[in-house]
Design a protein around this ligand. Structure first.
Ligand code: ADP
Ligand code: MG
Length: 737
């Protein structure tokens, strides 16, 4: 086979010097390494901005040696070589211990690529023992002859690197493979699809992306590889979809349980709830598995809609699994489902909690209830996806807040569903963060989308304010006065903190991960780094508020994920009953608590939360007829991404507008869930937000190919590409499980 090179193991191909790359990136085959595309391209003639480096970044920079100094160490025997490099704007010091010999090559005026981790010594940034590669001395001399000029202008691929495997080591390893690359590779993209779009062939694209002579080379290469990536991805998703649909599903129709539930609903359903409910009902009645996303504002009543679907399934003798992103949220969902069902229905449907942290005996009991069919509704975390969990007749999987689940988990969920009764379960996804069509297409392959745009009537307005402590340090007191004023009117309030104590951040995947990513991580080198103050924490804030004269006599309690579920329950019930005035809490309160008398929400260090999360939190107030007040307190700098996020949420109550802002402010990886940003199964050149048109085009092309050749008998290269992708995904998943 001409392209078997792609599947060859790296081990025997790479020399001893290149072995580190296998370990650093987890690649196994030559094809995987070749798909390690450059992050960007530098010029040998161009110097990199040294004044944008941050401590602890692993960097690869192009710079010139300015001065070299050697001095004896004071405490120990030996010498330090200090080399100052510059890009004309900033300076950086390289330090080497006992390496005098380097003065032979690191001479003033020498240019090269330097790589290492930025450290700090007595306030100055430095690279200790960096790896480097110098350019030949004549490369930069004015009056170059033609070939030297070419060399200077040739783009230098800069690869995603680690501290131990810098960019040029990656380049060397890839070079070894490129030298073995045949003139042609079987292309997963059929010739007519490719040439119709003016795209170059696979082998040429690989050569040019890694060894461009001019900028136009890598651009053409990226165009071809990006299309190939989208095409293979869409072909895979379409095949999955076809397989899924071919498994069929058991039709489910509402009956007595549903009627009883409707009869006892304390409110009329909104028009949108009814319309979406009808769409779901018709999906459920069909023999093709439903795969539907319901998007709707916080408080728009998605849970009721999902519950009606679960009742229809129960009416047909089936079970539903309700998947929540965290233990805490799963527990809260169970409580609100039980409450919404009422005692009668709850006794018959036996909603059951199944999470990883349950005591062993409870977990066994829950697993038994799922396996025997005794529980019609099982609420849980991804523990539900575990091998040992089985269902008697799983008819419906409801996934709440989809954006928090990684691709791997979704995949496991799908696979899990296909077992059981032999048919696929119906899938219903709920989100308050609308997902753009191309993301839905790429991440989910095939989701029908329903929207609940309208909020139940009678909701009072919510007022939002940003309290920027950097601009107005004096405002902190004002926050607590304002809270006290609301309490004086007989209302209640929440104070939300990102952490439980100085050391413990709540077990919420979004709480801290996202702002860190948004403010620029090592590789992207975005925002300014500096000493980061610890986030506001529940326990110290609780003490602070209890000691505050303005709040004297108020009952103030804490609520967070470290409390036992009995304690959480008791606290939440007491708050709902009005026996607690102020809850100081983590994001635990994000879902579930519904206290119409709670009017005020103070979110401390609001910039630590994501857009969707802030919006969700705000949705906890203004739920009754009492107007809500939400204060977003932040210490972030004006103009920072963190501040923009907070301003955006305060600026509108429209979740759809916020979702757009969120997309614009988030990095790509966050759109797809954390697992997509760095893992082996991550997207390479494709960017779902930017490449929407390309993805749609690739999907149409893949559809046409699959329509004509459903089993891809005439497209062996595409089949191999799909197999490779699946294999990588599985390995990435197993690696984590
Ligand atoms: P979401 O999950 O979309 O944020 P929920 O399903 O939790 O919203 O509903 C929010 C609150 O509104 C709940 O207390 C629910 O009982 C209530 N609710 C749902 N639908 C209606 C309706 N049609 N009329 C009045 N209240 C409703
Ligand atoms: Mg909800």
């Amino acid at each position: 086979m001409p392209d078997s090179l792609l599947d060859r193991r790296l081990g025997p191909i790479l020399g001893a010097g290149e072995k580190a790359i296998e370990k650093a990136f987890g690649y196994r085959t030559a094809g995987e390494l070749l798909a390690h595309y450059p992050r960007r391209y530098a010029r040998r003639g161009e110097l990199t901005a040294l004044d944008e480096l941050h401590v602890d970044e692993s960097v690869t920079i192009v710079a010139e040696v300015r001065s070299v100094q050697e001095r004896a160490m004071r405490q120990r025997k030996g010498s330090i070589l200090e080399v100052s490099i510059t890009d004309g704007r900033g300076f950086l010091t390289l330090t080497f211990f006992n390496q005098r010999w380097r003065t032979g090559e690191l001479v003033p005026g020498a240019r090269g690529i330097f790589a290492g981790k930025v450290g700090s010594y007595r306030g100055a940034r430095q690279l200790a023992h960096p790896d480097y590669e110098l350019f030949p001395p004549d490369a930069d001399v004015p009056g170059l002859d033609g070939s030297a000029r070419d060399w200077v202008e040739q783009p230098v691929p800069i690869y995603p690197a680690t501290a131990s495997v810098p960019s040029w080591k990656v380049a060397k390893a890839i070079g070894v493979i490129l030298d073995l690359l045949p003139a042609e590779l079987d292309d997963p993209v059929p010739d007519d699809v490719r040439t119709g779009r003016g795209l170059i062939g696979f082998a040429e694209a690989l050569r040019l992306v890694h060894r461009p002579a001019v900028d136009a080379d890598w651009r053409r290469a990226q165009d071809a590889l990006r299309f190939q990536e989208a095409f293979v991805l869409q072909a895979g998703l379409l095949r999955q979809r076809a397989e899924r649909r071919a498994t069929g599903a058991a039709p489910r129709v509402p009956g007595k349980l549903s009627a009883e539930f409707e009869a006892h609903l304390p409110f009329p359903l909104t028009h949108d709830q009814l319309a979406v409910g009808a769409e779901i009902e018709s999906d459920l009645a069909g023999e093709v598995p439903m795969n539907r996303l319901v998007q709707g504002e916080v408080g728009s009543g998605k849970t009721v809609v999902a519950l009606r679907a679960m009742l229809a399934v129960a009416d047909s003798g089936g079970q539903s699994a309700f998947l929540a992103p965290t233990e805490v949220l799963a527990g809260q969902h169970l409580r609100s489902l039980v409450a919404a069902l009422g005692p009668d229905l709850a006794a018959r449907l036996r909603p059951t909690l199944l999470t990883g942290q349950l005591p062993a005996a409870d977990r066994r009991r829950a697993m038994l209830a799922a396996a025997s069919g005794g529980a019609s509704i099982v609420v849980g975390t991804h523990a539900l996806l575990g091998d040992r969990v089985s269902f008697a007749d799983l008819g419906l999987v409801v996934v709440d807040e989809q954006h928090r689940f990684g691709v791997d988990q979704r995949e496991a969920l799908r696979l899990k569903g296909v077992t059981g009764s032999g048919a696929s379960p119906h899938v219903l996804v709920l989100t308050a963060t609308p997902i753009p069509r191309t993301v839905a297409m790429t991440v989910f392959g095939d989701l029908d989308v329903s929207t609940i745009a309208e909020l139940p009537a009678g909701r009072a307005a919510i007022e939002s304010h940003v309290v920027a402590l950097v601009d107005h340090p004096g405002w902190e007191d004002r926050i607590w006065q304002r809270l006290a004023e609301e309490l004086a009117q007989g209302r209640q309030g929440f104070v939300v903190c990102p952490a439980i104590d100085a050391k413990t951040v709540e077990d919420d995947p979004d709480a801290l991960a996202e702002p860190a990513a948004a403010s620029g991580s090592a590789a992207s080198g975005g925002a300014a780094s500096g000493p980061v103050a610890p986030p506001a924490a529940v326990l110290p804030v609780l003490e602070q508020l209890r000691a505050m004269p303005a709040l004297a006599g108020r009952r103030i309690e804490a609520l967070h994920g470290r409390l036992s579920s009995d304690e959480k329950d008791a606290t939440m019930r007491a708050f709902a009953a009005g026996d607690i005035d102020v809850l100081v809490a983590t994001t635990v309160i994000e879902v579930g608590v519904d206290v119409p008398n709670a009017s005020t929400m103070v979110i401390l260090d609001a910039d630590r939360f994501g857009v969707a999360q802030l919006h969700q939190l705000r949705g906890r107030v203004g739920r009754g007829s009492v107007p809500g007040l939400c204060l977003f307190v932040t210490r972030s700098e004006p103009g920072s991404v963190a501040r923009e996020r907070v301003d955006a949420v305060a600026g509108t109550l429209d979740g759809f507008a916020l979702a757009q802002v969120d997309l614009e402010l988030r990095r790509e990886g966050d759109v797809l869930g954390a697992d997509q940003s760095g893992g082996r199964s991550s997207l390479k050149l494709l960017r779902v937000v930017r490449d929407g048109d390309l993805i749609a085009d690739a999907r149409a092309a893949a559809e046409a190919v699959l329509d004509a050749d459903p089993v891809l008998a005439g497209h062996p290269a595409l089949l191999s590409a799909l197999a490779r992708r699946l294999d990588e995904q599985e390995r990435a998943f197993l690696g984590k499980a």
